[in-house]
Design a protein around this ligand. Structure first.
Ligand code: FAD
Ligand code: GLY
Length: 371
């Protein structure tokens, strides 16, 4: 069976790799180099608790499922490629620096405890024991014990390699221009390099997926949300400054093994350019210094931007598209790295069997009345 995948981000590459392992012939198109979209920009937090809120309970369940799949996913990827992907099983500390923050964290704590999430309430002293570089202005913290992290760039680099080694065909710098349909099913795709036939097509084109669906009469509710990021050189400090992800409601700090300290991120709905602004970077650096003062000694060594694919409820759109043999996989917004292992397993099962898992239903396009 022939599968065409449109988009080589974490979702397209990982699904392609798994479908090759299942014996399908897979061709993946990316209009740029695969892996250099939102997946390249991501901080790599696997943050079920820190990134999700009331109303996103289905996303929480998908996230918990995915957290459990991450160790096996990393193991398979590292065996397939011989590359490491910086997966670290240290939790995330969300700190409060004001009374308002304390009240917000108390609400979060109650919400996540109801969901049985592995979450602990920390006093200021407990938080500073865990991370001695924290500011003494911290009032309290929530410790999301299993909100681990990974190096997202290393993951997509390894996935590209795993996909190629498994025999997948990768066609880069080649945009898919149109999806062609006949008798209510997908027949082939028109690309910058000609027309390709497929038995099944997976649309994993991130925030740009909407453009390909509009001519088919489906208005996919996906909008771009730009995020600007920066990295500091933590190696100028004598000691390792942080071992956990540390965050507030507006800034997060992700320490990497190589000494880079990644800071994120702006959230700019509607923006799809990747330009960097001094104000956004200064805000990130200021936000980080506020909670970890020693970071003022670390120079900014990198800055970049990416574009998140956002659906109206912040959760992915997976599954039927309204056209037979055309499957949707977009809308992973702020959590595409976290959700990838669970999303791709659902997608692979669906592409092979045509049967929707009940888990899948919360993520169907049908929830937006667009089918
Ligand atoms: P992408 O990685 O964007 O891939 C889509 C691909 O499709 C691109 O390569 C693009 O070139 C290609 N494409 C588009 N149109 C076409 C076409 N017509 N033809 C061919 N190819 C096409 N998530 C987390 O879980 N944890 C985090 O810490 C985190 N941090 C983030 C920080 C930032 C700043 C940003 C921007 C995102 C972050 N995310 C995070 C979210 C995560 O990065 C995304 O949800 C995820 O990468 C989406 O993956 P994707 O494969 O759907 O899209
Ligand atoms: N999940 C982090 C971000 O999207 O910025």
């Amino acid at each position: 069976m022939r599968l065409i995948i449109i988009g080589g981000g974490i979702i397209g590459l990982a699904t392609g790799w798994r479908m090759r392992q299942a014996g399908w012939e897979v061709t993946l198109f990316d209009k740029r180099r695969a892996g250099e979209g939102a997946s390249w920009a991501a901080a790599g937090m696997l943050a079920v608790c820190a990134e999700l809120e009331p109303g996103q309970e289905a996303g929480f369940a998908l996230g918990r499922d995915s957290q459990l799949r991450w160790p096996g996913f990393v193991r398979d990827l590292e065996i397939a490629t011989g590359q490491t992907v910086g997966y670290r099983e240290t939790g995330t500390l969300e700190v409060a620096v004001s009374d308002k923050d304390v009240a917000r964290l108390r609400d979060s704590y109650t919400f996540f405890k109801q969901l049985d999430a592995p979450m602990q309430w920390f006093t200021k002293d407990a938080a500073c024991d865990l991370e001695p570089a924290l500011s003494h202005h911290i009032q309290a913290a929530l410790f999301a014990v299993e909100d681990y992290h990974v190096d997202a760039r290393a993951v997509v680099t390894a996935l590209r390699e795993a996909f190629l080694r498994s025999g997948g065909k990768l066609i880069e710098d080649c945009a898919v221009k149109a999806l062609r349909v006949e008798d209510h099913q997908i027949s082939d795709v028109e690309t910058a390099q000609g027309v390709y036939e497929a038995d099944h097509v997976l649309l994993a084109a991130g925030w740009e997926a909407r453009d390909l669906m509009l001519p088919l009469g489906i208005d996919l509710p996906i909008t771009p949300v730009k995020g600007q990021m920066a990295a500091l050189d933590g190696s100028v400090l004598r000691d390792t400054v942080l071992t956990h992800v540390v965050r507030t409601d507006h800034t997060y700090i992700v320490p990497r093994e190589d000494g880079r300290i990644v800071l994120g991120a702006s959230s700019e709905p509607g923006a799809s350019d990747r330009t960097i602004t001094e104000e956004a970077i200064a805000e990130l650096v200021q936000g980080a210094i506020e909670i970890v003062p020693v970071l003022r000694d670390c120079p900014v060594i990198d800055r970049w931007a990416g574009v998140r694919p956002a659906s109206p409820d912040g959760m992915p759109i997976l599954g039927p598209s309204g056209w037979a043999h055309l499957t949707l996989a977009t809308g992973h917004h702020r959590n595409g790295i976290l959700w990838a292992p669970a999303s791709i397993d659902l997608l692979c099962d669906y592409i092979q069997s045509g049967v929707e898992s009940p888990l899948f239903q919360a993520f169907s396009l049908a929830r937006f009345d667009r089918l």
